[in-house]
Ligand binder design. Structure first.
Ligand SMILES: NC(=O)c1ccc[n+]([C@@H]2O[C@H](COP(=O)([O-])OP(=O)(O)OC[C@H]3O[C@@H](n4cnc5c(N)ncnc54)[C@H](OP(=O)(O)O)[C@@H]3O)[C@@H](O)[C@H]2O)c1
Length: 315
């Protein structure tokens, strides 16, 4: 089968499509014949070498966390899914390698017919990540939640999941994405200078919790809630210095480098997102799609454009 990997740090050109042995489903896993997977921005940062101090890697590094496709093996102990089912999900974080023609998934949900393959794979990581943080913050009816970076891949899904829980949501975005954030069901505002004042105008009674999908603004976000425990970031590695929780699902070597243990995966987030999609209430954000063979072009596109959303590989 084909897999995407890199064997040295460098630009997009170090990515290569190579032949690798097919994996097989182990205990609690399914194997999927992949139709689409996304190119993870975090792994492209690792590839560049810019994060080599914080995020050590070994070569070759196979890329990809999420996939959508057709189940073709069901491992021991797995119930509720059959060969031939269409699913979307996540590879075990220590294994990665979802930019491959076959992948072992440890977390999955049935793909709703409303989503194509690209939308399904794009939803997998964003719905798990969002749910992990919304659960930790106790987001539910009556809660006012601020999402910093609400127009991105994670923010888009987080807004819709939080709204479905009955929360009021305020979302920051750039000028071009204000209407987009409103269309998701959040009150939009710009990120950057003066954020606290704009939030006070939208929510005079205050904000209960913050999901930070952007990084770089933790002091402001803490001031907005008045309590670092009410802020969770997925993007700011300075979080421990501010008393803020950095939520991630990285494997142990990376977690040790970050200095923060991984949170348990919120597998139920995939089902929650799929249920909303089945009723027409869950959109995902896709920037572009490329054939797997064109992974270098896909990674170059990711670096050279400012489009927000997932870059998808078709298999
Ligand atoms: N820890 C985890 O488990 C986990 C999981 C997934 C992703 N992540 C990380 O989370 C981050 C977001 O991922 P994503 O896939 O949603 O990225 P994305 O699709 O590129 O979205 C980025 C978002 O940040 C906004 N933004 C840009 N500059 C900003 C600024 N100065 N202040 C506030 N917001 C700003 C963008 O708004 P505009 O486009 O409107 O300008 C957009 O809403 C990335 O750093 C990613 O590596 C972490």
């Amino acid at each position: 089968m084909r897999s995407v990997q890199f064997s040295s740090y460098g630009g997009p050109e170090v990515l290569e499509v190579v032949e690798t042995p097919e994996p097989h489903a182990g205990d609690g896993e399914i194997r999927v014949a992949v139709r689409a997977s996304s190119l993870p921005p975090g792994e492209m940062m690792i590839r560049s070498g810019r994060r080599r101090q914080q995020v050590p890697t070994t070569f070759p590094h196979r890329t990809g966390h999420d996939a959508a496709g057709v189940v073709d093996e069901v491992g021991p102990g797995v119930e509720g899914v059959q060969v031939g089912d269409e699913v979307f999900g996540l590879a075990e974080s220590a294994g990665f390698g979802a930019n491959s023609d076959f992948v072992r998934l440890t977390t999955w949900a049935l793909k709703p017919p409303a989503w194509n393959w690209a939308e399904a794979t794009a939803a997998a990581g964003s719905s798990e990540t969002s749910t992990r943080v919304l659960d930790r913050l106790g987001v539910g009816p009556g809660c006012t939640l601020l999402i910093n970076g609400a127009s991105g891949s994670v923010g888009t899904v987080a807004v819709q999941l939080a709204r479905a829980r009955g929360a009021k949501v305020i979302g920051t975005a750039g000028p071009a994405n204000q209407d987009y954030v409103r269309s998701l069901g959040a009150a939009p505002t710009l990120y950057g200078d003066g954020l606290a004042g704009r939030i006070r105008e939208i929510a005079p009674v205050g904000v209960d919790a913050v999901l930070d999908c952007a990084g770089g603004a933790l002091p402001d976000l803490i001031a907005i809630t008045g309590d670092p425990a009410r802020v969770v970031t997925i993007a700011d590695t300075s979080a421990p210095r501010h008393g803020v929780h950095l939520s991630h699902g990285a494997f142990p070597a990376q977690a040790a480098a970050l200095g923060v243990p991984a949170d348990p995966p919120a597998r139920h987030g995939l089902t929650a997102a799929a249920d909303l999609a089945a009723h027409g209430h869950m959109r995902v954000r896709i920037a572009a799609a490329f054939p797997l063979e064109d992974v270098v072009a896909a990674a170059t596109f990711m670096e050279e454009t400012e489009l927000t959303g997932k870059v998808i590989l078709f298999h």
